[in-house]
Ligand binder design. Structure first.
Ligand SMILES: Cc1cc2nc3c(=O)[nH]c(=O)nc-3n(C[C@H](O)[C@H](O)[C@H](O)COP(=O)(O)OP(=O)(O)OC[C@H]3O[C@@H](n4cnc5c(N)ncnc54)[C@H](O)[C@@H]3O)c2cc1C
Length: 437
């Protein structure tokens, strides 16, 4: 059944030149970058804190700042990582990445975004968009405790992780694999009151779960962890299959299932490693479900596995990525693997230390839409490559480039990201310390 909204007057705010939707790593980087370039910038975030999966999602570890060589995500990403490490005395100075203390990271992003001059609107959800027939976004409609309101800017940066703005503006996208399935989701969580000496003695957390029916919600042995604070261990563990992050009812039931699963994982850890986790306390589960894969826009260039293997350098590259392929199999892929009808991809760890590939600017620009650019895990990329470039270090670099491009594009009378002077963009990124070739 459908319902027709009645036309109604709502407040309109047109003070900003750049509006960034979504305050995850990509959105924070974009907002800071646009504001530092002199654009009046607003960052709109659905939750009450910045950082996305790295904070509200409790992802306990940075990946891909380096693969053993030099830092691959420099510029703004390096600032974020170093400012966080300054607040984590147990992390060895000079560590390229390392664990994440979510509460400290929230304040790092707050300070950097506020310090850049960008305004932040928390607990505000992008809800609709008004686009003209030339593909130019006129206004975005948001909802929050004040009801509905409209915001109008020259340019928009979609950092929602699911390309909500692009999709609702009529931009094309892909979602999932050939069967319409996406990588499984995970709810990250933090255990405190852990015995760290006992943890350091554990060879592998990949516990073989007993399969005797006592932990029926734990489907597999997926488990990664980071020491996120004193006697505190952050986990990225367990999988929820067949979750579509763009389906709110689906996500709602997955959240409930995931919290039940986390309780079982904690119980299993306590049983397997009583010295380490026997007295542990479940301090937090993530308020955002960990969605690894959502909409991927149809952009002006689709990043392909061949580009990854070739360590491709692009004339218009605006970021580089050095992380390995990290796609978690869907339930269908697991079934096909078990039946021998699908081979494991051999390319998992092909890069040697210091190797990387470029990401062209064209991956960020949605076809047919003019004044919106995308950064984060919804850029235009084949889904296995997305399983690599989605990590936070790379996403921070993408956001930084998108924000700068937004500031540049917003100067035009009729902003169009397809017309941005990319050599100038690249020169400014290099000036700001980006790693590009
Ligand atoms: C389970 C899991 C484990 C991971 N592990 C690691 C890891 O160990 N290391 C690593 O580096 N990376 C890891 N990643 C990948 C990484 O965390 C994400 O890919 C990355 O955070 C994506 O950044 P983003 O800014 O695009 O999106 P997100 O981090 O998802 O942020 C999107 C933000 O937009 C907001 N938002 C969404 N829609 C709207 C809307 N309509 N209106 C307003 N705001 C909106 C959200 O609230 C959120 O704050 C993991 C991801 C998952 C899911």
């Amino acid at each position: 059944m459908m319902y027709t909204l009645k036309p109604k007057q709502i407040p309109l705010d047109d003070r900003f030149e750049v509006i960034v939707i979504g305050g995850g790593p990509a959105g924070c980087a974009a907002a800071v970058s646009a504001a530092r370039a002199g654009a009046r910038t607003l960052l709109i975030e659905a939750t009450g804190s910045l950082g996305g999966m790295g904070t509200s999602g409790l992802v306990p570890f940075w990946c891909g700042f380096s693969n053993g060589g030099d830092l691959c995500s420099t510029g703004f990403g390096k600032q974020v990582m170093e400012q966080l490490q300054n607040q984590m005395p147990h992390v060895q100075p000079g560590t390229k990445g390392g664990p994440i203390a979510a509460e400290a990271l929230k304040r790092v992003y707050d300070d950097l975004v506020v310090g850049s001059g960008a305004a932040i609107l928390f607990q505000t959800v992008l809800s609709d968009v008004d686009v003209d027939d030339q593909g130019a976004i006129q206004t975005v409609i948001v909802s929050n405790k004040a009801g509905l309101s409209a915001y109008r800017a020259k340019t928009y940066v979609d950092c929602t992780g699911d390309a909500d703005l692009v999709a609702w503006a009529g931009g094309e996208f892909e979602l999932g694999d050939e069967y319409g399935e996406m990588q499984p989701a995970t709810m990250c969580f933090t255990l405190t009151n852990v015995d760290m000496t006992a943890v350091s003695r554990i060879d592998s957390h990949r516990v073989i779960h007993p399969n005797d029916g006592r932990y029926p919600l734990i489907p597999d042995n997926h488990i990664c962890y980071g020491i996120v604070g004193p006697s505190a261990v952050g986990f990225n563990a367990g999988h929820i299959y067949q979750v579509n992050g763009t389906d709110p009812a689906n996500v709602s039931s997955a959240l409930i299932q995931a919290r039940r699963m986390v309780a079982q994982i904690q119980a299993l850890l306590a049983e397997k490693f009583p010295d380490a986790y026997g007295q542990s306390y479940l301090a937090a589960t993530s308020s955002l479900l960990g969605i690894r894969e959502g909409r991927r826009i149809k952009g002006d260039y689709k990043l392909m596995p061949e580009d990854y293997y070739a360590r491709r350098v692009f004339p218009d590259e605006i970021a580089r990525n050095c992380y390995n392929f990290d796609s978690h199999e869907t339930s269908t892929e697991l079934k096909l693997l078990a039946e021998g009808k699908l081979a494991h991809h051999p390319e998992e760890k092909v890069y040697r230390p210091g190797e990387s590939h470029g990401i062209p600017y064209r991956c960020l620009t949605p076809e047919k839409l003019k004044n919106v650019i995308v950064a984060g895990r919804s850029i235009c990329a084949e889904r296995r490559v997305m399983g690599s470039v989605r990590i936070m270090a790379t996403v921070l670099a993408l956001g930084e480039a998108a924000g700068l491009a937004a500031a540049m594009a917003s100067v035009a009378e009729q902003p169009d990201f397809h017309q941005v002077d990319v050599p100038v963009l690249r020169a400014k990124l290099l000036e700001n310390g980006a790693f590009i070739l």
